[in-house]
Design a protein around this ligand. Sequence first.
Ligand SMILES: Cc1cc2nc3c(=O)[nH]c(=O)nc-3n(C[C@H](O)[C@H](O)[C@H](O)COP(=O)(O)OP(=O)(O)OC[C@H]3O[C@@H](n4cnc5c(N)ncnc54)[C@H](O)[C@@H]3O)c2cc1C
Length: 485
Amino acid sequence: MKVHIIGAGYGGLTAACLLAKKGYDVTLIEKNSSVGGRGRMFEKDGFKFDMGPSWYLMPDTINEIFKILGTTADKELDLTRLDPHYKMFFHDETISISKDMKKNYELFERLEPGCTPKVKKYLADAKYKYDVSLEKFIEKPFLKPSELFNKDLLKEGKKLDIFKSFGSYLDKNFKSDKLKKILGYTMVFLGGSPKNTPALYSLMTHGDFELGVYYPKGGMNALAKALEKQAKKLGVKILLNTNVKKIKVVNKKPVEIITDKENLAVEKVVVNSDYAWAETNLLDKKHQTYKKKYWEKKSIAPSGLIVYLGVKGRIKNLDHHNLIIANDWTKHFNEIFDDPKWPSDPSYYVCAPTKTEKELAPRGCENLFILMPAAPGLKDDEVTRQKYADYLIEDLEQKVNQKFKDKIITKTIYSHKNFKKDYNAYKGTALGLSQTLFQTALFRPKNKSRKVNNLYYVGQYTNPGTGVPIAMISAKIVTNLIENE
Ligand SMILES: Cc1cc2nc3c(=O)[nH]c(=O)nc-3n(C[C@H](O)[C@H](O)[C@H](O)COP(=O)(O)OP(=O)(O)OC[C@H]3O[C@@H](n4cnc5c(N)ncnc54)[C@H](O)[C@@H]3O)c2cc1C
């Protein structure tokens, strides 16, 4: 049986491997010149930049996929556990989160004396949520309400804090503003805010503190390359530089994919390209499960302005992962979700992978990735892009107490219009759909079309949600759906 997959992001790539492993004849079609989707890499002036993801999280989940393919993450990747995990820059001090929990507890006690038992309970609850979600929720397609409203899950549901917001959960448990930010920043990974993200997602803190933050040699993109290697080994045909224009449907079944190169006869189709764009552009209206109006009402996850910098010389006071936290981070969240506009006092993230792997830059140079989350759908004209790039560089100079602007060898700015052009991203989103209560599980766009048989969806817009390991899990869901039909 033939399966054609549109898009070679982490969802599409993983689905290609898993389906080929099951014996399907898989063709993977990708519009760009390399695989990895938002996790591609580009090279410029001797620097190698991971374009999107840089945190290798949930190593157990990723390893599980490699195990299904008959290997392990350790065999395919050269992984290092980072220590410190990351550094946080507050207005009056910097704080490093260590892989050693003893050191972290000393830090938490300094921030909020007497908090240790509460943090221990918080982390135990986070582990419980993580384990239950992985065991009972995460690989479900949630096609029917009974998958959510069954006795088992309703019993767990209360303990999982699905109906509380992450923000109020932190406020209830802790007083220290810094401690709340340390425990809560992971919600940004889900494209949400403290107000709109369910407290269930404090499970991410378990991943952060206890499972660890890893780095694969060669950059995060090494993971995409490792999956590409597996796909090729399993006989997947990979068509790069091939833009899909239409899915032709006859008698409620996909019969042909029209691309800018050739037309392909198809039996089963898995869509990994942005769900909103694919539904409203690749299918005729009568075959769309989620029409334009549906997407207009959704909470779309942030886009971001990214500055890729190659700098001559080394930058002191930075770690591999760095979070620069604005004094009032609520304002930045409001400017993303409630009153969309370019941020007035942004929090942002800086990755300096050359702190771990010097080879990602010419000798003696630093490779920097600066990411400022921004509301989706904003106009990113050249003046705005340059203004924010300058702001971020100058602000970072102050934070690290070192001038480097005149040592910049290469600078690339990437934002909304690039996400749209490169990935057909709806409103230029970086992360797809926010993980709000009403966009989770049963309420998330389905992994299977309701209107067209043999048509499936994989990746960050679908269940379970956003993030590299999570998009990989969505590939497991789709593989099971196809297998069990
Ligand atoms: C800046 C940034 C930082 C991030 N940081 C992290 C992180 O540190 N850790 C983490 O775990 N996650 C992170 N994420 C999230 C993570 O990268 C994504 O959730 C995940 O990569 C999404 O994978 P996906 O399978 O949904 O597809 P995508 O990566 O969106 O891939 C979809 C693919 O479809 C292709 N496509 C689109 N249209 C067509 C067409 N018409 N024809 C053919 N192909 C088409 C696209 O080119 C693309 O390759 C980050 C994301 C971004 C953008």
